[in-house]
Write a protein that binds this ligand. Structure first.
Ligand SMILES: Cc1cc2nc3c(=O)[nH]c(=O)nc-3n(C[C@H](O)[C@H](O)[C@H](O)COP(=O)(O)OP(=O)(O)OC[C@H]3O[C@@H](n4cnc5c(N)ncnc54)[C@H](O)[C@@H]3O)c2cc1C
Length: 366
């Protein structure tokens, strides 16, 4: 006889859930946390295909940032000023919520400041001419004065943002997973969801099926595999970390070229990533991997622009998969009677992911 679930299993582990969440990234886990805190007697499961989260939340750069002026100006070419202001506020408040919920120490937070870095003085002059305007926004949005200021580092012009910092994505997600488990949510690792029907039957790749009253799809860059009709495109991001370097001069988080290139220190190491814009089409994929053109560009940037000399090498490199909505605003909505989606964090999910999760929990209640 083939394998079938026992009476005991059906009356315990496999009892129907009130909420099943697909994906244990920052959005899936935060949604589980807030929902369970609001509904202590609810049975909640998070189903994750990997042995650990396997998308973007543990594979990003760890910038706790609201974005550079250059990024916001570029975004305003395809979105309204009101939406950009809303996004900045959301990022700021999302980071505050993250720090309060998990604690700064647990997430490895360092308040190091953020910098928009320019190779060209001409571009710097153009973007820095907007500093007063953006400082006015920050005053009105979050009641903070003089957030942005001009500065110079290693001979390059920069715009400093005094509110930004860095965190450790691995520690952050580990702390979040522990907290979610501690409130009584079942996190099921190595459980790839193949389908979740309108009737609440969730099929898992190992052949098991569970029932759930509500299902939330929080699979971000992979969500189209389950819901092809959603307008969320995958986007791969590349990151590398160098060996430790003596007298390493770059301290803080750095944005460059409208946010496409980013770098920071991790102790005395340099982390650098991005440049997806060099091959946007090729990087619109949910397959992990390395694009040779992008890697070469970043290596040249390290040697030629950041002046790291010839004795640096790459100790670690990896990719992560993001999900982009058409305007960068996440898609958080009800699909039918029992199915919901929260995806399309568009490269800023560390900042807004937990806040999105809190919003999801409210949506599930209503
Ligand atoms: C290289 C890189 C750098 C970044 N840097 C920053 C940064 O500095 N600051 C910032 O704010 N944001 C950054 N981001 C973006 C941020 O990491 C993401 O927006 C955020 O992690 C998205 O969280 P999520 O929970 O929506 O998705 P994910 O973390 O991708 O979680 C989705 C989960 O769903 C799982 N899954 C997928 N399909 C299934 C299935 N069928 N069954 C079960 N599980 C499934 C995946 O394995 C994954 O764990 C970066 C992203 C990348 C890739």
């Amino acid at each position: 006889m083939s394998y079938s679930s026992s009476f005991w299993e059906k009356d315990s582990f496999l009892k129907p859930y009130d909420l099943a969440i697909v994906g244990a990234g920052i959005v899936g886990l935060s949604s589980a946390l807030f929902y369970k805190q609001q509904n202590p007697s609810a049975r909640v499961a998070v189903l994750e295909r990997g042995f650990l989260p396997q998308g973007a939340s543990t594979r990003n750069a760890g910038f706790a940032c609201v974005g550079s002026i250059g990024e916001h100006l570029a975004d305003m070419e395809k979105d309204s000023e009101e939406n950009i202001k809303e996004r900045i506020k959301r990022r700021y408040e999302g980071l505050e919520l993250l720090k309060q919920t998990l604690g700064e120490e647990a997430i490895g937070y360092e308040h190091c400041g953020g910098y928009e870095f320019f190779k060209s003085r001409k571009k710097f002059e153009k973007v820095s001419a907007q500093i007063d305007r953006f400082n006015g926004w920050m005053r009105a949005l979050i009641n903070e004065n003089e957030v942005y200021s001009k500065d110079e580092l290693q001979g390059y012009p920069v715009i400093r943002n005094r509110l930004e910092g860095a965190l450790h994505p691995g520690k952050m997600m580990e702390a979040l997973a522990k907290k979610v488990s501690s409130v009584g949510v079942d996190i099921k690792w190595n459980s790839r969801v193949e389908d979740a029907t309108k009737d609440g039957i969730v099929s898992i790749a190992n052949g098991l099926e569970i029932e759930s009253d509500k299902v939330l799809f929080a699979a971000n860059g992979f969500v189209q595999r389950l819901l092809p009709e959603l307008e969320i495109n995958p986007a791969r991001g590349f990151v590398m970390v160098t060996n430790e370097q003596e007298n390493f001069p770059w301290k803080g988080i750095f944005h460059h070229d409208r946010g496409y290139v980013y770098f920071r220190n991790v102790g005395n190491r340099l982390l650098i990533g991005g440049a997806r814009n060099l091959d946007k089409e090729g990087e619109q994929t949910d397959q992990f991997g390395t694009n040779g053109t992008i890697k070469l560009h970043l290596k040249e940037f390290v040697s030629g622009v950041l002046g790291c000399g010839s004795d640096w090498n790459i100790d670690y490199e990896w990719s992560g998969i993001m999900g982009f909505s058409p305007t960068k605003t996440p898609i958080v909505k009800q699909l039918d009677r029992n199915r919901f989606v929260a995806a399309g964090l568009s490269g800023m999910g560390i900042a807004i992911g937990m806040e999105v999760g809190r919003g999801v929990s409210e949506m599930l209640e209503s």
